[in-house]
Design a protein around this ligand. Structure first.
Ligand SMILES: Nc1ncnc2c1ncn2[C@@H]1O[C@H](COP(=O)(O)OP(=O)(O)OP(=O)(O)O)[C@@H](O)[C@H]1O
Ligand SMILES: [Mg+2]
Length: 506
């Protein structure tokens, strides 16, 4: 193992950056950004819908793309959380059962309208760039219809929806209703301006980025139609011109929570980028951040960078501290950044020096593990409310469980013999198999990898999490392990597989 010996002051200098890309962008993200294949596919426009779990790097891609496109002179429009409020939509729009007004289609066309209006506003701002003819119509349209500087970014969408709603559930004669609706669905108001937009796009790229759709997500009828409608609008506007690019990001659970979206997504799989990381790329990510804050590490490789900051684990045959820490993540950048930052903080608090010792890492693990358990439960609060109390049922148990033990524990949870809170909407309906599947999908359980050598002892093989396998069929898995990320929080033992006691108290 090679290591750069750093001065005593290094501990105060080391900085792994902010855990969310929106804040990280001003702390050096552009400089230490890892340009993955996924990023390149998005940058080149072959993928325009970015899907991934929390903290996996969706916003990082959008933030860096926006900066670089602006620098290259493209028109860039960014939509972010302050711009949408599901609560407001719920309060403003009539519900579906108030009249058959097919919300999804209405939201899709309203999104298209909004995207075109936002692009035209942006283009009109830089009037000097506009060629006469093509752009003049656009400029006049914006001046005459959307000149209110106080209007929120989303106001064009809401007003368009209101127009549709008014006609759909209003009392009009059928033929008038049909005619008016057709005009709205065909975007008649701006249809004649689309060729001009194409002309502008042919000489200057237009990039629209819609991120953080999950902020304030309430799984309501409007929220679902809002997201699924955006998906449709995104597909439609993207077909206008290759230089007119609409990107959207979606959190994995939100994608799973909107069936309308899932049906559409099957048809457009080739446009979707699902983000994933592995050990090597995560080590690279951390090393680049370390070098950014400590120029003394500028010329060394990723492993040396790590070993200069974190001491190896004590004991014979111990694995490296990177392996220890990465094993306690679901392979998401935010997790390793948070764990490393917490370890540095613990090291500072104990007035220790770099390299960070294992004691500081273990202390950090306590805080990190508790935060992650709560975050994971919060991430899935719409699909599986009360998940945290299901996880609590594993408190104090062994790390590994064979299928029979696990099924028994799940059954106790389902029947209420082990009580849980706030789970009545979903847990009672589960079978043991379904509950195991849920715990696997949220990352709480890891499955023992299938072994070639069937003679090997049960529970002796490596365990893999859902984030590390492409085909997640666990029906044949014989042995499971609670993911090490949760061990510290749930006081889960360090011994190998051992029988769980079949007590009723859990
Ligand atoms: N390619 C990358 N290179 C460097 N840092 C990255 C990269 N991807 C993500 N990160 C960093 O990881 C952290 C989490 O990323 P980000 O905020 O983009 O996650 P997200 O997927 O948008 O999460 P959320 O769903 O919570 O919005 C941030 O600090 C971000 O800067
Ligand atoms: Mg984000």
């Amino acid at each position: 193992m090679t290591r750069v010996s750093l001065p005593a002051t290094a501990l105060s200098a080391v900085d792994f950056g902010a855990p969310a890309a929106e804040r990280d962008i001003d702390r050096g993200l552009e400089d230490y950004f890892v340009e993955s294949e996924a990023y390149n596919r998005v940058r080149l426009g072959s993928r325009r819908i970015v899907i991934g779990a929390r903290g996996i790097g969706k916003s990082a891609i959008f933030q860096v793309l926006a900066r670089r496109e602006r620098e290259a002179g493209s028109y860039v429009i960014e939509l972010s959380p302050e711009d949408y409020s599901y609560e407001l939509l719920n309060q403003t729009m009539a519900s579906e059962d108030h009249g058959s007004w097919a919300k999804l289609g209405a939201y899709a066309v309203a999104w298209k309208y909004l995207i075109y209006v936002l692009i035209m506003k942006e283009v009109s701002k830089k009037k000097t760039h506009l060629k006469k003819g093509a752009a003049n119509g656009i400029y006049r349209y914006i001046r005459d219809n959307h000149s209110n500087p106080q209007a929120s970014k989303l106001s064009a969408l809401v007003s368009y929806l209101k127009r549709l709603e008014g006609i759909k559930i209003g009392k009009y004669e059928a033929s008038i209703k049909a005619r008016e609706l057709e005009k709205l669905y065909k975007l008649e108001e701006i249809h004649h301006l689309v060729p001009s937009l194409k002309e502008i796009a042919s000489s200057r790229k237009i990039v629209v980025l819609v991120d953080e759709l999950d902020r304030g997500w309430d799984s309501s009828e409007d929220a679902r139609a809002f997201v699924a409608g955006l998906f449709q609008a995104c597909i439609s506007v993207n077909s206008v011109h290759d230089n007119l690019r609409v990107y959207m990001s979606l959190r994995q659970e939100l994608y799973d929570d909107v069936p309308e979206l899932y049906d559409d997504a099957q048809k457009y799989r080739d446009l979707i980028e699902t983000l994933r990381w592995n050990e090597l790329s995560l080590l690279k990510l951390i090393a680049r951040r370390a070098r950014h804050s400590m120029p003394a590490l500028a010329a060394v490789d990723d492993e040396t960078c790590w070993d200069s900051i974190f001491a190896s684990l004590p004991g014979p045959g111990a694995c490296g501290s990177f392996r220890y820490m990465i094993d306690r993540t679901l392979y998401r950048p935010r997790e390793i950044i948070q764990f490393c930052t917490q370890a540095i903080e613990c090291c500072r608090e104990s007035n220790s020096v770099i390299p960070v010792k294992h004691a500081a890492v273990r202390e950090a693990e306590g805080v990190y593990s508790a935060e992650r358990a709560k975050d994971i439960a919060a991430e899935h609060r719409f699909q599986y409310p009360g998940l945290i109390s299901v996880l609590e049922a594993f408190r104090g148990r062994a790390q590994s469980l064979d299928r029979e033990e696990l099924e028994f524990l799940c059954l106790e949870l389902i029947t209420g013999e082990i009580p849980s809170r706030g789970t009545s909407l979903w847990l009672n309906e589960c079978t043991q198999h379904a509950l195991i599947e849920i715990l696997w999908n949220v990352g709480f359980l890891r499955a023992e990898a299938v072994q070639d050598n069937t003679e090997k002892k049960l529970g002796s093989g490596p365990y893999l999490g859902v984030y590390r396998v492409l085909h997640n069929n666990i029906t044949a898995t014989r042995c499971f392990q609670v993911h090490p990320m949760f061990h510290a929080y749930l006081d889960i033992g360090s011994a190998g597989p051992k029988k769980v006691s079949r007590s009723k108290t859990g």
